[in-house]
Design a protein around this ligand. Structure first.
Ligand code: UGA
Length: 453
């Protein structure tokens, strides 16, 4: 198969970068374009601006082989490409609606480049009306099916496992309306659909190939599939968090309950870890997006709103637990915090429950010592009350309580008897149920997790 000439717009962002790198790895000629000049020059010099398993090697190999390049100049990149992936951000506005201004901007530029047929593949999560807007802009200068086609091809990339999820996905979804576009999609994705790409760079050394299911449907269905997938994951998490409350009250361990229900194959084990609630840039945003759609078209998003409400109560509940340990007030108290990222294996702090916890602690007057192995605090979130440490043992010095906020595996390996010697009072609030309660209690800590008896 001959590689296609592909442009990825938003190519220095998380989804765009993984998409561009993986497409180049399976043999396409890719140009990733982004307005972020700093990120583009980093990428050109072979440095990834994001922390992600396997990304440094992928970048080095594909830059070296000349299969990918990076640019801030969108016009020429669009002109020279037959396939355009849109991976620009669609962050939630204050109203909860996604901001589609970047999609509109690119669509306007694209409409000046329709001299030859372009296949436009939308990776960004966009609401139903955004697709209509995109089609209207392109339709003013060209004919759909002849000058261009627009496909909805949602991404299902988990941060930290994005490369694996791209190369070996559970499924591929195409919302597509023309046979020509289907043919091109098949050519672009052939190494992934057939499973042969796994054999060439299998994630985690797994070289077993398997055919990947493709759901070929219309565009609104593909849009709803994306919203529904993230909203369903969010629902599972709120469900297990609600059960965790019950377990605490009746003296039952949520871990046993999750295991007991998870072995039912109709339920499964994933997304049943209780904690601080779901964070990150996607689950809440897409839940809000689906609530917006449901309100618009069906006028009752009862369940989805409860999922959100339940999630909003997780961080305050955890803070209550810490406050109870230290006599009812955080004033003059030091809280050591392990974890800043919204989950382990990423440096991303967007919508991080850990960050929300730190902000609330700060408002209550606590002195906060933060340690995260990778993530750093943005300049805007810094304060006199917050100190960041490069060493976890320094972060706990003279702390009255230690809170575990991200499930980094390395937190399990620390020497907790030494940590106890450093602390002023021996309290641990484990927001991720990461540590062994019995071991810590034996060491003399007061310990509380989420839904643990
Ligand atoms: C999520 C989806 O998993 C991807 O499939 C999707 O493509 C992506 O959003 C997106 O729309 O771009 P991601 O945001 O990387 O991926 O995060 P997840 O791994 O799904 O975790 C989301 C949040 O839920 C995290 O804060 C995590 O700690 C929390 N979580 C997850 C729990 O609290 N409990 C669980 O059992 C699982």
């Amino acid at each position: 198969m001959e590689g296609k000439n592909i442009c990825v717009v938003g190519g220095a962002g998380y989804v765009g970068l993984i998409t561009g790198l993986c497409l180049s790895q399976i043999g396409h000629n890719v140009i990733n374009v982004d307005v972020d000049h700093n990120r583009i020059s980093l990428l050109r010099s072979g440095v990834s601006p994001i922390y992600e398993q396997g990304i440094d090697d992928l970048l080095k190999d594909n830059l070296g082989a000349g299969r990918i390049c990076f640019s801030s100049n969108l016009g020429p990149a669009l002109e020279s490409s037959d396939v355009i992936f849109l991976a620009v951000g669609t962050p939630a506005l204050d109203s909860g609606k996604p901001d589609i201004s970047q999609i509109i901007k690119v669509a306007k530029q694209l409409s000046g480049c329709l001299r030859s047929y372009k296949l436009i593949i939308v990776k960004s999560t966009v609401p139903l009306d955004a697709l209509e807007i995109l089609l209207d802009i392109l339709g003013e200068v060209g004919n759909e099916g002849q000058d261009f086609d627009v496909v909805i091809n949602p991404e299902f990339l988990r941060e930290g496992k994005g490369i694996q999820d791209f190369i070996s996905p559970d499924r591929i979804v195409w919302g597509v309306e023309s046979a020509r576009a289907v043919q091109m999609l098949r050519e672009i994705y052939e190494p992934i659909i057939s499973g042969s790409s796994i054999a060439t760079f299998g994630p985690d050394g797994n070289t077993q190939s398997r055919a990947i299911p493709v759901i070929e449907t219309n565009r609104p269905s593909a849009q709803i599939i994306k919203y529904a997938s993230n909203a369903f994951l969010a629902t599972r998490i709120s469900f297990i968090n609600e059960l965790a409350d019950l377990c605490e009250e009746v003296g039952v361990d949520i871990g046993d309950v999750a295991l007991g229900i998870g072995y039912d194959r109709r339920i499964g084990h994933e997304y049943l870890s209780p904690g601080l609630g779901f964070g990150g840039p996607c689950l809440e945003k897409d839940l809000l997006g689906l609530i917006g759609l449901t309100d618009n078209y069906a006028n009752r998003s009862q369940l989805l709103r409860s999922v959100l409400q339940r999630n909003d109560s997780q961080v305050p509940e955890l803070i209550n637990k810490a406050r109870n340990f230290i006599g009812g007030s955080f004033r003059q108290k030091t809280v050591a915090v392990f974890g800043l990222a919204f989950k382990a294996e990423t440096s991303d702090v967007r919508n991080s429950p850990a960050l929300k916890t730190i902000t609330l602690l700060k408002h209550e007057g606590a002195k906060i010592h933060v340690y995260d192995p990778v993530a750093v605090l943005d300049h805007d979130d810094q304060s006199d009350l917050i100190s960041c440490f490069k060493d976890p043992y320094e972060a706990v010095y003279q702390a009255d309580v230690l809170m575990i906020l991200t499930e980094w595996a390395q937190f399990r390996e620390l020497d907790y008897s030494y940590i106890k010697q450093q602390m002023s009072s021996y309290n641990i609030v484990d927001g991720r149920n990461l540590l062994e309660p019995e071991v810590l209690k034996k060491l003399g800590f007061s310990y509380v997790g989420v839904g643990r008896s």
